[in-house]
Design a protein around this ligand. Structure first.
Ligand SMILES: *[C@@H]1O[C@H](CO)[C@@H](O)[C@H](O)[C@H]1NC(C)=O
Length: 131
């Protein structure tokens, strides 16, 4: 019973996709920094690729550090530890303001900037996924 449920969940997760234009814009945004952040965070590069091709945002310490690194390089995460809402909206123009604010609120209480970045990333990706 549990296995069947798990299989159903997995197959529905695999059938979901991030819209192509998001893919493209995000890919261009991270391109100048991704290698450097992969290196400093020691994240598995396949997980970074998977995030782009599937809706999967890995939840592990290395990925948390990777996404923080990316957000910092893009100046989406300010040195004071807050997200730069205007800048995120101007760069990631596939996001609506209301949606972004909701995701920022989700992440706001987390003190650890790596985890905070992950929470934002995961929230955004979940909201962008289409069936
Ligand atoms: C913050 O989170 C990261 C990634 O999850 C972890 O590696 C790091 O040790 C944490 N830092 C603190 C100060 O807890």
């Amino acid at each position: 019973m549990k296995i069947v449920l798990l299989l159903v969940l997995i197959s529905s997760a695999l059938s979901k996709k991030i819209p192509d234009r998001v893919h493209e814009v995000w890919g261009q945004l991270i391109a100048p920094y991704s290698d450097e952040c992969v290196e400093s965070s020691k994240v598995n590069p396949h997980q970074v690729k998977n995030m782009l091709t599937h809706m999967h945002v890995p939840n592990n310490e290395q990925f948390h550090d990777y996404i923080k690194c990316i957000y910092e390089k893009l100046e989406m995460l300010k040195p004071d530890g807050n997200f730069n809402e205007e800048l995120i909206l101007s760069k990631a123009h596939y996001l609506t303001k209301d949606f972004l604010i909701r995701c920022i609120k989700n992440a706001e209480l987390e003190q650890n900037l790596s985890k905070k970045s992950y929470i934002l990333c995961n929230c955004v990706v979940e909201g962008l996924v289409v069936d």
